[in-house]
Each structure stands twice: as structure tokens, then as C-alpha cells.
Design a protein around this ligand. Sequence first.
Ligand SMILES: Cc1ncc(COP(=O)(O)O)c(C=O)c1O
Length: 452
Amino acid sequence: MTARNMTLDVALAEAAERYAAANPASAARYEEACRSLPGGNTRTVLFYDPFPLAMAKGEGARLRDLDGHEYRDFLGEYTAGLYGHSNPRILDQVREALGAGIVLGAPNRFEVELAELVCARFPSIDRVRFCNSGTEANLMAIGLARAVTGREKVLVFEGAYHGSVLFFKEGESGPVNAPFRFVFAPYNDTEAALAVIEQHGSELAAILVEPMMGSGGCIEGDPEFLGALREAADRHGAVLVFDEVMTSRLGPGGRQGELGILPDLTTLGKYIGGGLTFGGFGGRADLVERFDPRRPDAIPHAGTFNNNVLTMSAGVAGLRDVFTPEEAARLNANGDTLRGRLQQAADERGVPFRATGCGSILGLHWQAEPIRRPSDTEATRPAARALSHLEMIRRGLYFARRGFISLSLPLEASDYDGFVDAFADFLDEHREVLSDGATARAGPAGGERGPG
Ligand SMILES: Cc1ncc(COP(=O)(O)O)c(C=O)c1O
């Protein structure tokens, strides 16, 4: 307890009051939105208490909200904003594509170039197909695995997020999930996963796994665990799918390239469309070639906007000209440095805290307990997350309520320094309430956990 008899809940209530007073235009937009959108919301992850900031403009790695406050953007649109908000190469390319007409209803010149760039970059991708979201990419990968194996079951990991209809809590499927026959295992638990695979082996169409859990808390997969899944998939004739929708940025050849573990299929999304709506899935030629429409046994794959010229052109500019292998290495090194600096700031002040993740994706957790799977993050108190979120916003730093950060290319050294300074200042102001009873468990707070 501090001299002011402060508790975490009191500190949070005060921070929420300050936040509401500082953001009247965002509050008014929220009230208005509630009249036509449930809870003023059309994307669950963007909701948090007392109401979310609404943004008016983005430029480089900066955001400006409706009330005119400026932020350094450390959310990076949940990894889709890798290029920032106004990369000139991407804007030029999109303008050029716009000038040549949209919705052409035919193959266009950009899709081949994007496909070549993707195949050249990710070691397990011989052939690729495009779609409109990471969710769709995973649905298609599961569908393909089921079609080629003639089997039904899909192994997923507890607490994993693979899209709006592929959201898994501990051992249960989300209420609006696609009705596939899912079986579950705990992440990073090789023995338990192998037992589940053994049990369902001959019925298992696919194993779907993120090489680092993103929405699940930024939790790295052990190479030994992922390697064991590779071997078990081979042994049982199941298709190993790496969901690299978030993690493909974690190395020039994705996380698979860094680990040297190659899946049969990879799903992609987020930044690969240059910041426009995107999904993709690809992998072994013999599997993906099943979509070749010239084949008598061709599997159909439809999608009005699969090759839309704006996404295809933005994606080409991004992968070809901007996110080079050197830039991937630079951004991920920046993330590793930032993670270390944040951990050090908390350690020096004795605040229970874990900065997780890998390279340019970071998770901030207010707990001392180690984190190997999503259920381990329940030791983090939701009020500590909410307090840090609102208090960093007050200091001009924007990231997700659940403590999720993804870096973008236009962030500069002064932005990283600014983040660390603001974080240290926040810790200094709230050190005692963050440390008090830090192992106590609590229920969820608004916007604390959720899909996306
Ligand atoms: C690992 C992972 N897979 C799939 C998706 C779904 O992608 P989208 O939101 O484009 O449908 C996400 C989105 O956050 C994700 O993080």
C-alpha cells in the first residue's frame, strides 16, 4: 500500500477517469456508434473499457486520435501495419493500380509477381493461393487437408487463435467457430500432444499450429515441440499446417526459416497485402496443385476478391521493395532489444513482469510466473493490464489492451527510447500497486482477452 492507501483497482479507476476526461471526441463517437453497432463495435479486439480511442489519421509510425492527441504506434495493426501508415512505395503502387481500374474480373499482372515473391521467400511454399483474410486462409488449409487425407479431425492447441471462426479457449471451441471436428492439446507440451496424436492418428487430417502463439500471449513454440509435431504428422499421414499469419515477419523466411522446421502447408495474412485486406495459403506442390483447374480431380477455390488489384499491387511493392531480408533482420533485432530493455526496467524496480514474444512481436504480462502456454497468463491481473494500457496511452504510446505490441518499419530510435522512458515513468508512478498481491488471480476485465 502507498501512503494514499492506493490499490490497483483505485489506481485503475482514477486512470479511467483521466482517460475519459481527456478523450471527449472518442467518447462521443463511441456513444454514437452504440446506436447502430453492438457495443459500438464491429471487431471485438478493438473494444476496451471505458471506450476505445478512435483514430483520425496515421502517418509513418504515428497516429492522431479524434481529440487531436498524437501517438507513437506500437500496435502496428496487430502485425498487419508492418509498413506503417503511409509508405511511399506502397502508396505509389496502389495509386498506379487504382489508375488502371479496379474489379477487372480477370487475372492481372500483380498476382503472379506476388506469388513469385511469396514462393521465393518462404522455404516450404512451392505454390500459393490468395484469399481475403487469415481466417479464410486457415479454413482453406483445413479444407485442403481434409480433402487430400479423406480424414476429418484437426488438432489445435488450447488458447490458440487462428481467425474469427477458429478461436479456441482451454479445451473448447469458440461459440461461432466453424464446425470442424477439433481435438485439443496443450501448447509446448510434447508428451501430451504426442499422446493426443497417437489417440486420433488414423483420423487426423491436420495439425494446425502457430510457431509462436500471437494472440495467445506471444509465446514461442519450443523447437523440440514443433519438431516433434513435424515427425508425428509424418508418422500418421496428417498435414502439418503452420499458421504464420503473424509470425511470417519473424525472419526473412518466416518463423519456419528461422527454426528450420518446414510444414506441409503455411497460412499467411496481415502485412503481406501491404496493409490491405489479405490472406494466403501455400505449401507442398503436390498438395496445392490440387487446385489446378485443369485437373480432372481439381478442388475448387473461389473468392471474388482473391486477386484484387489493390492488395496484389501493395503486396508486391512491400515484399519486393520494402520488407527486404535485411529489413526483416533489423526490425526483429529492434524488437529483441526493446523486449530486453522493458524487462530490465521492470526488474530494476522489482515489479513482477514478463516481456514475451520473439523479434518484432512482444507481449507484456504483469506476472513473475513463467509463460509456456496461454493458461499461464492467467496469473496476470487484468487490472494491471488495463492500468498500463491507459497510462501508456496518456504518455502517447499506443498498443493493445492485452499487452500486445507489434513493431513497424518506420519506428525510429527516438520512438523506442520514448517507449522505454514512458514505461519506466509508468513503473515509477505505479510500482507499489503493480507489485502488491501480484500473484492473486482475478476475473476478466472488458477488452482484456478476446479473439483477434
Ligand atoms: C495467427 C492468426 N491466424 C489467423 C488470424 C486471422 O486473420 P484475419 O484477421 O485476417 O482473418 C489472425 C488474426 O489476428 C492470427 O493472429
